[in-house]
Ligand binder design. Structure first.
Ligand SMILES: [Ca+2]
Length: 319
């Protein structure tokens, strides 16, 4: 009887195809963020923590690509708030820092953290160590800022973590890249051109694995963090304080959150993908070329932006 039962399960499993995503292993991710001028990075990091608690993502570490003085401390404070104060943080810059964020200093002052930009490890060191420790072909890199740190990773040489150079290490360990950047089919978007378009060109030239672009025009349609969000969000939260300090809950486009959604849940059910090739000029402007053989795709919203907006805000609440 038991054998029959197990055989039935096996047949059902074979007939039903792949297990639903909720039953799959958590997606191991490295988040690369410019936690400074805009607040969508706060929402994006909160989403990632919600996914981790739901068993859908495993956050390996966070790379902070910013010259803002409190960007790393703010990132660590958010991680600590969500119970992950042990997460490695690597920074792109440790001196000549500036104060220009509306929210990072307040979040850092009001919520416990251990890491600061001055004391954090170097981004390339952290990227390489995290990748070297993972299974081959497993890691999803999510960039929601400019591409200075990813470019340095690709340019890096062997170190204590791995005898492989950056390109070989990425080719060995990474599964794919989810990138908030660019404007499609053509345009000029901040993560690609400000402040480091040379790194964008370098990354796209050296990247050989699949990459999905969440372009400016997608997140622009999805406004989160407005008055309705304020009513639902606990006040003693770095997410609440971030959005409050940024613009008093007037709402903000969800450029970065779209990349998180796609990185963990995939294209469906919220998006469709256009396959081709993203061409980036030296000034960081980009345009799309339709080509049959490609590792590039960009997202389009499928259905109502309101459905995506509600999904993102629920995750930003940590649910
Ligand atoms: Ca960002």
């Amino acid at each position: 009887m038991r054998t029959l039962f197990l055989a039935s399960l096996l047949v059902i499993g074979l007939l039903s195809g792949p297990l639903p995503s909720s039953a799959q292993s958590p997606v191991p991710v490295i988040l690369d963020t410019d936690m400074d001028s805009d607040v969508d990075d706060v929402g994006a990091l909160a989403m990632l923590h919600a996914y981790e608690r739901a068993g859908k993502a495993q956050i390996l570490g966070v790379i902070v690509t910013s010259d803002e003085a409190h960007s790393a401390a703010c990132t660590d404070a958010i991680n600590t708030f969500f119970g992950r104060g042990n997460l490695p943080i690597g920074v792109s810059q440790r001196d000549s820092l500036r104060n220009f964020s509306k929210y990072t200093q307040a979040v850092a002052q009001e919520f416990p953290h251990k890491v600061t930009n001055s004391t954090a490890e170097d981004a390339t060191t952290v990227y390489r160590r995290l990748l070297a420790a993972q299974a081959d072909g497993s890691v999803v890199i999510i960039t929601i800022g400019h591409l200075t740190s990813l470019s340095r990773l690709l340019n890096s040489g062997p170190d204590a973590a791995s005898p492989l150079d950056g390109r070989a290490l990425v080719a060995r360990k990474v599964k794919r890249w989810s990138c908030m950047g660019g404007q499609f089919p053509k345009g000029k978007e901040a993560n690609f051109y400000r402040p480091d378009p040379a790194s964008t060109v370098n990354c796209l030239r050296k990247w050989t694995l699949p990459v999905t672009f969440a372009g400016w025009e997608v997140g622009q349609q999805i406004v989160t963090g407005g008055a309705a969000f304020r009513e639902r969000c606990p006040q003693k939260s770095p997410v609440y304080r971030g959005y409050e300090k940024y613009n008093g809950f007037q709402g903000r486009a969800s450029w970065d959150q779209v990349a998180i959604l796609e990185a963990v849940e995939g294209i469906e059910p919220y998006f469709s993908a256009e396959k081709g090739q993203c061409i980036v000029a030296a000034d960081g402007s980009n345009e799309w070329q339709s080509t049959p053989q490609t590792n590039h795709q960009y997202l389009k919203i499928k259905g109502s932006p309101e459905v995506v907006q509600q999904r993102i805000e629920t995750l930003m609440l940590g649910r």
